[in-house]
Design a protein around this ligand. Structure first.
Ligand SMILES: CC(C)(COP(=O)(O)OP(=O)(O)OC[C@H]1O[C@@H](n2cnc3c(N)ncnc32)[C@H](O)[C@@H]1OP(=O)(O)O)[C@@H](O)C(=O)NCCC(=O)NCCS
Length: 160
């Protein structure tokens, strides 16, 4: 049974210690970087950072970082609120056991409760070269938006 838990004083160091394989490091920032980013975003006027540790029973096995991005009324090009899945990782020791799939199901379930406000979609960016992650997202119904981000990764979205 997987659960998503908030990052707190008693688990942030363990979260930082989680890591992916050397080859996968090209596709995801370290958890230390992501937690720093989450902290900085607490000062953003609109965005809400949502970093979570992923547990299997009482063992921390991964990390997910969402950012709630409500419509910016001052930006005429911004016409919808979304939850942006900025990071998702399963520690290298625990990969290939179905935890990534179960974690993504939990993340989608949690977002559908609209914890910080309503939204139309979950959006993320992923390199098509990152085959396991890309196929995982596609298997959950994420579709290509036909847009690339500044790193050349494809933007994918799931209507919710
Ligand atoms: C992507 C990631 C989260 C998957 O976690 P995982 O626990 O290993 O995945 P699972 O065991 O649940 O497998 C889920 C699906 O991933 C895909 N998958 C997993 N390993 C794969 C591999 N080696 N090759 C191809 N597809 C693979 C499959 O579609 C699989 O579904 P299936 O079992 O029905 O075939 C994990 O590989 C990871 O942390 N990668 C590094 C971080 C990263 O790249 N995150 C995404 C950034 S966009």
């Amino acid at each position: 049974m997987l659960t998503l838990r908030k990052i707190a004083p008693d688990n942030f160091e363990e979260c930082i210690s989680l890591t992916v394989s050397e080859q996968q490091k090209a596709y995801i920032a370290s958890n230390a970087y992501s937690l720093s980013e989450a902290y900085a975003l607490t000062e953003h006027p609109l965005y809400v950072p949502m970093p979570y540790a992923i547990y299997h029973e009482e063992t921390m096995i991964g990390f997910a970082f969402l950012i709630y991005q409500p419509i910016d009324e001052n930006d005429p090009d911004d016409d919808e609120s979304v939850y942006y899945l900025a990071r998702m990782m399963i520690d290298k020791r625990y990969q290939g056991r179905g935890y990534g799939k179960a974690a993504l199901a939990k993340i989608i379930e949690a977002v559908k409760r609209f914890p910080h406000g309503e939204a139309n979609a979950i959006v993320l960016s992923c390199s098509p070269k990152n085959e396991p992650a890309y196929s995982l997202y596609k298997s959950f119904g994420f579709v290509e938006m036909g847009i690339e981000d500044e790193d050349g990764d494809s933007l994918l979205r799931l209507e919710i």
